[in-house]
Write a protein that binds this ligand. Structure first.
Ligand SMILES: Nc1ncnc2c1ncn2[C@@H]1O[C@H](COP(=O)(O)OP(=O)(O)OP(=O)(O)O)[C@@H](O)[C@H]1O
Ligand SMILES: [Mg+2]
Length: 884
């Protein structure tokens, strides 16, 4: 068995498609030593040892040792280590020890933080991971996808994710969406084989890992897992790395800019030192230390840690982040699209009655719908659950199931072929328009069948519309007599139907939705509703909840529009009704095309394409596997209210990363730049290499608290996007300011006090570290310093690092690192300079940090309107509220 699979794996590895679907089921079972009732745990364990976990993307998680090795081999660190070696060899043990301590301490700090962050995020991800129903030991078990092995037998239903490659042993109306592999958005039918062609497009009996079941059900024999799957072969190369968000690209571009400047500067310093003082280990080390201080080497770690902290905090509010960078997108999101059921309604659907073609109460419609719900295979919706709830376990009235046409979101209906006493009937239920359009006759109250003429059609349409406007959801049902020998039905049989009536359902609006939407709108986010339900129902809901919405488009309207025409209209439309899954994602793409950062929240199979297409895909814990898999963020509580918390968290995260960026671009960069320049005019180096490294380490330490910091309200009030212009403006104002004060220090020490090398370096070190660290309290907020309170952790790390710096520099300990005691006048002078710098920074930051345009006036007016609505509304079902 193993040889067969190994040969297969090898073939896949060589890039040859392995046509496992051309083999008969019996032959496949034999080759895999498998049985339809599944493997035993012992067999599975053995195979898992052999094939490894079923993970398409492997090797993404590097081990701690590998990470350490990578850090140590970074050029700057490597040079430092070599320098330490040379110091040691030449007998300079002090430098040797201190450099090693500094290097390992800073790498250790970096690694420990990152590892902790990654572990936390991994744990969160696992908590929302998708499982599969696998037959093991003769029972069906819910197993983690990674535990699946070749030979396993998996039960799949609509809404499930296909966990590995395999063949269909048996199935019913199985439909798979393979867009992820083929780009083709329409579902493909799957049934038992074998297939004759060796191309994957011939493989009507094969299911592929990573694709999704969107209809029917299937029993699958797993043939290949992990990297040996078709998806694994693609994902290893393409999907291994998530594409960076706009924000990440911005930060990266900035990092590269700094890196280039650093390289240039360091070469320059090295060259002038060489000309002035000839070749020396110290000037070489000085240049390296400068480079270490300048490179934004901490930025990746800072991003990860800040995001991970954001993710952990969001988890506390029941929002689980699967893709870390989605936090940025959430902070930048300015349009949120949502489906209706579950987010705006309670999703507690109850069947409250039924009516016949004449509009009068009739139990017959409910009876037939129940028959359909009972026998329909594949996806069972909450409408099915509602109609079956409370019904006796077997009230089929003698009807038996023969065949069926499962529900799909394009047709919006499902049919079953049933028989009773030699009589056969097709029973179709679905969205009323979808069913009515197929009807040619109708049933009267006495059961008599009459022709459905135009007048009747108009009357029924008006009746449906009227019910919808009262907020009732409807499912219509119709029937058709079939030939007594009919064994199979096709889509063409859904015609010439006799309309029976409708079942009426109620899905109460969610009282908390009004406030939740109000919060989002206040945060500068436009909320749009994209539903598969009928216009009157959605309208009624919006009115009941008091949501001010503009415009309405139907799926029918959308189907006539090109992508460009749709993009021109989506901006002014907030309600989309009777849309198909593909249209949901078209709407999302159209919005993105207009430059919006779009979120989409939904729970169904029909929402998955749109969740995928959105910048931030959101789903809920109870959602279908495919929706959850497509989502970047999972809400554990299906409540838009928690989303507002997530949005605030995203923006806070953004704000905190901006704090690092600002610190890096202005204060740190300014200080290092001054030092490089000073080294050109001074007869000695302004700081010994060791002292620069120490300065850098303490500075890094001081910043550890930033991810904990809070953000001001005004930062949380608008969508936050990366804005290179504002970063540059900040740098151009604050950078020179810091240099100005450095020059003042320099002039004062050199010519005012005539300081010698040791005193000069001590004073410079103190001034430089104090200004670098303390300025965080100023640039962490655009407000006046005293009106925004920093987080205690940030205060502790910053002041703690400063205290260590002062102790090292000003006490006898400093002797080890080449510091000398500072005379009081010098101490007073540099204190004065530092304080003046901080004061100047506080004044100038107003120009440097002027916030970008605030929420447009229209948006604010919208927010006010909705607040007003939520204040005055009473949540009555029938209570009408004007749409503003
Ligand atoms: N099991 C079913 N059988 C027949 N018709 C169904 C079934 N489930 C749903 N429908 C029809 O398909 C339509 C669209 O489905 P659904 O309401 O789930 O879409 P949606 O976009 O998820 O809506 P929402 O915005 O309410 O979440 C329903 O309004 C209903 O008319
Ligand atoms: Mg839905």
């Amino acid at each position: 068995m193993n040889q067969a699979i190994d040969a297969a794996a090898e073939q896949t590895a060589r890039g040859e498609p392995l046509a496992f679907w051309t083999v008969s089921n019996d032959e496949s079972l034999r080759k895999l030593a498998a049985r339809p009732e599944g493997l035993t745990s012992a067999e599975a364990r053995e195979r898992q040892d052999h094939y490894g976990p079923n993970r398409a993307v492997v090797g993404l998680h590097r081990s701690l040792i590998a990470k350490l090795a990578k850090r140590l081999s970074e050029p700057l660190i490597a040079i430092l280590l070599i320098a330490a070696g040379i110091s040691g060899a030449t007998g300079d043990w002090q430098s040797f020890v201190i450099i090693l301590i500094i290097v390992f301490f800073s790498i250790g700090l970096d690694l420990a933080q990152e590892q902790k962050a990654e572990n936390a995020v991994e744990a969160l991800k696992r908590s929302v991971a998708v499982t599969a129903s696998v037959r093991r030991n003769g029972k069906v078990q819910e197993l983690a996808v990674r535990d699946i092995v070749p030979g396993d037998v998996v039960e799949l239903r609509a809404g499930d994710l296909v966990p590995a490659d395999g063949i269909v042993l048996s199935g019913h109306g199985a439909l798979a969406n393979e867009a992820i592999l083929t780009g083709e958005p329409y579902p493909v039918e799957k049934r038992p084989g074998p297939a004759s062609g060796s191309s994957p497009s011939d493989a009507f009996n094969a299911l592929f890992g990573g694709t999704s079941m969107v209809g029917g059900e299937a029993l699958m024999l797993v043939v290949a897992t992990g990297a040996a799957t078709r998806f694994g072969a693609i994902s290893a190369s393409v999907l291994a790395k998530e594409p960076p968000t706009a924000f990440e690209r911005g930060v990266h571009a900035l990092g590269m800019l700094i890196l280039r400047l650093t390289g240039f500067l360091v070469l320059f310093v090295l060259l002038t030192q060489l000309i002035h003082h000839g070749l020396s280990l110290e000037s070489f080390l000085f240049a390296v230390a400068l480079a270490v201080g300048l490179t934004p080497e901490l930025l990746p770690m800072v991003m990860t840690v800040t995001l991970a902290r954001g993710a952990v905090r969001m988890a506390a509010s029941k929002v689980v982040v699967k893709r870390l960078s989605a936090i940025h997108d959430l902070g930048a999101m300015d349009v949120l699209c949502t489906d209706k059921t579950g987010t705006l309604t309670e999703a507690k659907i109850v069947h409250i009655g039924s009516f016949g073609a004449d509009g009068r109460d009739s139990a017959r419609a409910a009876q037939f719908i129940r028959l359909n719900s009972r026998f329909a295979s594949g996806m069972r919706s909450n409408l099915d659950d509602a109609i079956l709830a409370g019904a006796p376990a077997a009230d089929e009235d003698g009807w038996a199931h023969i065949d069926d046409l499962p529900f799909d979101f394009e047709r919006r209906r499902a049919s079953v072929l049933v028989s009773r006493d030699g009589e056969r009937a097709l029973v179709t239920k679905g969205a009323p328009e979808a069913v009515l359009s197929l009807c040619t006759h109708l049933e009267g109250p006495d059961g008599a069948v009459a022709v459905l003429d135009e007048t009747q059609r108009v009357r029924i349409a008006a009746l449906l519309d009227d019910k919808g406007r009262q907020g009732f959801r409807l499912l219509a049902v119709a029937r058709r007599r079939m030939r007594a020998d009919c064994r199979q039905v096709g889509l063409s049989d859904e015609a010439h139907l006799v309309f029976i009536g409708c079942a009426v359902f109620l899905d109460p609006p969610k009282a908390s939705a009004t406030e939740a939407v109000a919060r989002l709108v206040k945060a500068g986010i436009r909320v749009k509703i994209i539903s598969g339900d009928a216009a009157p129902v959605v309208r009624h809901l919006v009115e009941t909840l008091g949501l001010p919405t503009r415009g309405l488009m139907t799926g029918e309207d959308i189907s006539h529009l090109s992508d460009a025409a749709l993009a021109a209209r989506v901006g002014k439309t907030d309600l989309f009704v009777r849309v198909s899954p593909d249209q949901k994602s078209r709407i999302v793409r159209a919005l993105r095309r207009r430059g919006h950062t779009v979120g989409f929240i939904g729970d169904g199979i029909n929402d998955a394409p749109a969740i995928h297409a959105a910048d931030v895909g959101l789903s809920v814990e109870g959602g279908t596997d495919v929706a959850r898999e497509a989502a970047d963020i999972i809400l554990l509580a299906p409540d838009l209210g928690v989303l507002a918390i997530g949005v605030a968290e995203g923006r806070r995260t953004y704000a905190n990363i901006m704090k690092y960026v600002r610190m890096g671009t202005s204060s740190n960069f300014g200080n290092m730049l001054s030092m490089a320049l000073a080294s050109l005019v001074l007869p000695f180096l302004p700081l010994a290499p060791l002292q620069i490294l120490l300065n850098n380490l303490l500075y890094d330490l001081s910043e550890i608290g930033i991810p904990f910091d809070s953000a001001d309200e005004e930062t949380l009030a608008t969508p936050q996007i990366w804005d290179m212009k504002s970063v540059l403006r900040f740098t151009l104002v604050m950078g020179p300011l810091s240099s100005l004060f450095d020059i003042a220090t320099f002039v004062l020490l050199r010519w005012g006090f005539g300081a010698d090398v040791a005193v000069f370096r001590t004073a410079w070190f103190v001034e430089s570290i104090a200004t670098q660290i303390l300025v965080i309290f100023i640039i962490r907020t655009a407000r006046p310093l005293w009106t925004s309170r920093p987080h205690p952790v940030l205060v502790t790390t910053s002041l703690g690092a400063l205290a260590v710096a002062l102790i090292l520099a000003l006490t006898p300990l400093g002797g080890f690192i080449g510091f000398a005691a500072l005379p009081l006048p010098i101490l007073a002078a540099i204190t004065g300079i530092s304080l003046s710098y901080l004061a100047a920074a506080e004044i100038l930051k107003r120009f440097a940090m002027r916030s970008r345009s605030h929420a447009p006036a229209a948006l604010l007016a919208h927010a006010r309107a909705i607040e007003h609505a939520s204040a005055t509304q009473h949540l009555e079902h029938t209570g009408k509220r004007p749409i503003t």
